[in-house]
Design a protein around this ligand. Structure first.
Ligand SMILES: O=C(O)CCC(=O)C(=O)O
Ligand SMILES: [Fe+2]
Length: 388
């Protein structure tokens, strides 16, 4: 990855560090035990996001910029995802995860060259210092060949001829699963794109500039997750029993729907404290991903987070990961200070697809696609490896 962040200062004995999964290379952030100035994440109400009054939109944009630069996480309220849709989506997830293992394994991730599909409990371990992740999950994402995604009406083009088969894999005994997920996917994608407009505005650019340049048919991912409750045996093994290990998201923006009222998601603040991010009714939890962090030259933070479900109840969540068009070439935005001088560059300009493949293959080392290209030098990997 083309990251040129200065090396971390050496740790003193009193400092604990947290490993987090960021893709190819091991990454660490400091954990501090001093009192944190951030104890909760802000809420942004976007009910007025389509206001014809530019001043209203600009005020919202500023709130968003502030949230992204303070801790990189925020609650989103006033989105237009109906309560009925949210409830039916949870029902769809619950019904899928309660299928027997064989039916779920019918869509196992290993059967899909694009590295999407079902992953049973314990199949991933984002943090090598913990036990395997206790969650089970299913991943689907952008695909020009699936009619639900309306590729031609979105892009004015026919699907690329190099695409021979759909990139998603679906369980054959559960057509309702695909249907239910697409209903949510097609509702949440426009919400995420509205946030992209707001980001451009907040960064002093034309509202449509990012959308027009980088989000014509972006890489997306949607991952229903099921976290059975973890019962920590004792305090010592507490931090080992993890639903999903510490990581930062490999996306531009992530929008998460989570089981209302449960408290399991934890975020590492910039000052190094874990804070809890409980599910608030009718909100999505949103966060900055690594692409936005890079584009903003680190001004916005791809915060480290993890999930530990110690509630004794089943938890379901549904992250929607918005990335950018795979062929987009993104220039890092360097701010000018009061003195007119450009800030110091911390990240390099990047090609979205190139960066994506360099993160995705190492993150799933045992997957047949990763094994196939293990001997090929990383510099020769291209996004098209996933499109076979
Ligand atoms: O389950 C959650 O609330 C968060 C999931 C998450 O962080 C992820 O899938 O990247
Ligand atoms: Fe995440």
């Amino acid at each position: 990855m083309a990251e040129v962040l200065a090396p971390q200062p050496p740790l003193t004995p009193s400092q604990e560090k947290v490993y987090f999964h960021s893709g190819s290379t091991p990454s660490y952030r400091l954990v501090s035990s001093t009192t944190t100035p951030i104890t909760t994440i802000p809420t942004i109400d976007i009910s007025n996001i389509d206001s014809p009054d530019p001043a209203v939109r600009l005020a919202l944009a500023k709130e968003l910029i502030s949230a992204c630069s303070t801790c990189g996480f925020f609650y989103l309220s006033g989105h237009d995802l109906s309560q009925t849709l949210q409830e039916s989506t949870f029902e769809t997830m619950k019904r899928f995860f309660s299928l027997n293992l064989e039916e779920k394994m019918d869509a196992h991730v290993q059967k899909n060259p694009a590295i999407r599909g079902y992953e049973p409990q314990g199949e991933t371990r984002l943090d090598p210092n913990t036990k395997a992740d206790f969650k089970e999950s299913f991943t689907m994402g952008d695909c020009p060949l699936e009619p639900e995604q309306n590729y031609t009406s979105k892009t004015g083009q026919q699907p690329p001829s190099k695409l021979k088969r759909p990139q998603n894999i679906w369980p054959s005994t559960a057509p309702w699963f695909r249907e239910g997920l697409y209903e949510y996917y097609n509702a949440v994608l426009p919400v995420s794109l509205k946030l992209v407009r707001l980001l451009a505005l907040g960064m002093g650019l034309d509202e449509d500039s990012f959308l027009d340049s980088f989000f014509n048919f972006p890489i997306t991912g949607m991952r229903p997750l099921h976290y059975p409750p973890v019962a920590p045996e004792d305090k010592e093994t507490d931090s080992q029993n993890i639903g999903l290990g510490a990581h930062s998201d490999f996306s531009y923006l992530t929008l998460v729907l989570q089981t209302p009222s449960l408290n399991a998601l934890e975020v590492l603040t910039p000052t190094g404290q874990w804070i809890s991010v409980p599910a608030l009714p009718n909100t999505l939890v949103c966060n900055v991903g690594q692409y936005l962090e890079s584009q903003s030259n680190g001004r916005f933070l791809a915060a480290v987070h993890r999930v530990r479900n110690k509630t004794g109840e089943e938890r379901y969540s549904l992250p929607f990961f918005l990335t950018m068009d795979p062929d987009a070439n993104v220039k890092v935005i360097l701010e000018k200070g009061r003195d007119g001088e450009e800030e110091k560059r911390k990240f390099e300009d990047f090609n979205v697809g190139d960066l994506y493949i360099k993160k995705v293959l190492p993150a799933r080392k045992k997957h047949p696609t990763s094994i196939k290209y293990r001997e090929v030098p990383e510099s020769e990997w291209t996004y098209d490896l996933l499109l076979q």
